[in-house]
Design a protein around this ligand. Structure first.
Ligand code: TRP
Length: 333
């Protein structure tokens, strides 16, 4: 018998094209986990609705494009289960049942909720769905008995809420779920090209699907050390996004060290540092472009991957819901 691998679940919201931040912050964690764990990776389209309910035109399109990028980056649909949240409607049922037991103040004190309510003013986020975001996430995770959830730092309070909800459920109805643990991404958050927070709304990201010309233009426009007006002035490497990107993407550590030394000593120009960064990025992006193009040339194959994966996820979800209904004594036979 093959030993049972621990289960991993993670999701991404289909709010736009994927960029280098997604690669560093999520996909580079997801990909190597495929061997060691039984991985369920999904597109959280309902989570996208919690904030984008007023503009739903592009959600399904982003879902397909995001999955194409996942596979182009190295997720293997033979090895992991790739699915779409709304194609497994059991998530909604579990979310509803958990909503019966979660105290509203638990949701109101989640830091991401508080911050976004304060910061986002152009949309009305005083909705029930937005408040319930981390509870829907809890349903996503505990549905599959996930032991580990690869996420960024900002998601840790969501996992804490998940564990609290699981404990409350167990106290009321008996043991059904596994308490999930976050698995944090190692690389610190990648800055945007302008050294602000990387964000779709700032237009300061390199998309995974950008062509070479766009990548070149974006890297050439990158923020560097602003005090360095000539190449012979010693420059700052720390906090300089061009070097943060070298650290994240340049596989040639000796080259990166040499560039840093020369930069600090005023012996290299920004142009060379950026040219080498473009070359390093292309090592990652060009094979992805080829795999993405091959996938998009056969859209029915991509659709099959998504629907087959969702069917498989649904099989697991149905079993979980049978246990949940049994525990809550609302199973009708
Ligand atoms: N909240 C996650 C994010 O913004 C997306 C997400 C939804 C998720 N459901 C999940 C992540 C379940 C992990 C597990 O990144």
């Amino acid at each position: 018998m093959t030993p049972v691998k621990p289960r991993v679940v993670s999701g991404m919201r289909p709010t736009g094209p994927l960029h280098l931040g997604h690669l560093v912050g999520a996909l580079r964690n997801w990909i190597p986990m495929q061997d060691q764990y039984d991985c369920f990776y999904f597109v959280a389209d309902w989570h996208a609705l919690t904030s984008e309910y007023g503009a739903t035109d592009d959600i399904a399109g982003h879902t397909y494009a995001n999955v194409a990028d996942w596979i182009a980056a190295g997720l293997d649909p033979e090895q992991c289960t790739i699915f779409v949240q709304s194609l497994v409607p059991e998530h909604a049922e579990l979310h509803l049942l958990l909503s019966m037991i979660v105290p509203v103040p638990w949701l109101e004190r989640v830091p991401t909720y508080k911050e976004q309510r304060e910061q986002i003013t152009e949309r009305d986020l005083s909705t029930y769905g937005f408040l319930g975001y981390p509870l829907l996430q809890t349903a996503d995770i505990v549905m599959y008995d996930a032991q580990f959830v690869p996420v960024g730092e900002d998601q840790v309070p969501h996992l804490e809420l998940s564990r609290e909800v699981v404990r409350r459920f167990h106290a009321l109805y008996g043991e059904v779920f596994v308490e999930p643990q976050p698995l944090l991404t190692r690389f610190p958050r990648l800055p945007g090209l302008d050294n602000r927070k990387m964000s779709k709304s700032y237009g300061n990201a390199i998309d995974l699907a950008d062509d070479v010309a766009t990548v070149r233009a974006k890297v050439r426009s990158m923020y560097t050390d602003p005090a360095r007006i000539r190449a012979d002035i010693p420059g700052n490497v720390e906090g300089n996004p061009v070097f943060t990107y070298h650290d994240a993407f340049n596989p040639d550590a000796a080259e990166v060290n040499d560039l840093k030394t020369r930069y600090r000593e005023g012996r290299v120009g920004d142009v060379e540092v950026k040219q080498r960064l473009i070359a390093a990025l292309e090592l990652t992006l060009e094979p992805m472009r080829q795999r993405r193009a091959a996938l998009l040339a056969r859209p029915e194959r991509l659709r099959d991957i998504i629907h087959d994966g969702s069917q498989k996820a649904r099989g697991v979800a149905r079993e979980t819901m049978a246990r949940v209904r049994e525990a809550m004594k609302i199973a009708y036979r």
